[in-house]
Design a protein around this ligand. Structure first.
Ligand code: FPP
Length: 249
């Protein structure tokens, strides 16, 4: 066995299966810096980021984790140069083409969260096709956050609920945290227990703003393309060592 494989296997064995997070969310950051430091175009960093994503999905299936949500494109990412946005959309289409069958075979249920209707048509069609292909799977729920923004999601939920109030289908006092959660893209799923952020930034960047209210956050300086199974297991071990109080004692 290679040394790195040995290292991550050792870490994996330290995990307590009874204290696994149900939902892990990841802000896949640092692709651009990873590429720039190597004198390469940013798009190459995103491509390397897709390889990491493949490995982490595989690791999540094996553990197993119930829900994995990854931040692939934010509502703010449209501000990037047009060629970078285009490269990201092309990578998404390529990823879905290459991985669809593999995800289906591994019992992964793929979903997209965000304003998917504003993505290029080809990306929308591929996402819908993969979602359809994997809809009967009952293993890992894999959410791809695309054109996603936490505030936009909250506003969308408010509009939905306001509409229901207007139609007399729900009374304002019936809007509870549960009802509100069920109006979000992540309806029916547990809130993220753990948010992992590579590349050192200590913020949530509009990711799962409502759902992450009590999430544990784990940050590493490692850029996403260099993020390995060992980093993933280290994040999970750190999570298992923490005491979660949810505001109690
Ligand atoms: C942040 O790195 C990353 C993104 C904006 C996109 C994340 C996308 C991928 C990992 C690949 C595409 C995903 C799929 C599913 C095909 P950054 O560019 O902000 O890095 P920087 O902060 O170093 O500039």
């Amino acid at each position: 066995m290679r040394k790195s494989a040995q290292n991550h296997e050792t870490l994996k064995q330290k995990l307590n299966p009874e204290r696994m997070p149900r939902h892990v969310a990841i802000i896949m950051d640092g692709n651009g810096r990873w590429a720039t430091r190597r004198g390469m175009p940013r798009a190459i960093g995103h491509r390397a980021g897709v390889s990491t994503l493949r490995e982490i999905v595989k690791a999540s299936v094996e553990l197993p984790i119930e829900v994995l949500t990854v931040y692939a494109f934010s509502t703010e990412n449209w501000r990037r140069p047009q060629d970078e946005v285009l490269a990201l959309m092309q990578l998404l289409v390529e990823y879905l083409d290459l991985e669809a069958e593999n995800l289906r075979r591994n019992n992964v249920q793929v979903r997209a969260i965000g304003q998917v209707e504003d993505l290029p048509l080809e990306a929308q069609e591929k996402l819908a096709a993969v979602a359809r292909l994997t809809s009967a799977n009952r293993g890992l729920v894999f959410n791809l956050a695309l054109n996603y923004g936490g505030r936009a999601e909250i506003i969308r939920a408010c509009r939905t609920l306001a509409g229901l109030v207007q139609e007399g289908r729900i009374r304002p006092e019936e809007i509870s945290p549960e009802v509100f959660s069920n109006s979000l893209y992540t309806a029916g799923l547990p809130d993220p227990d753990l948010v992992i952020r590579p590349a050192g930034e200590m913020r949530l960047s509009n990711f799962l703003t409502y759902q992450a209210a009590y999430s544990e956050i784990w940050v590493t300086n490692t850029f996403w393309p260099d993020f390995t199974r060992s980093d993933y297991y280290q994040a999970l071990l750190a999570y298992q060592r923490r005491e979660r109080r949810f505001g109690g004692l």
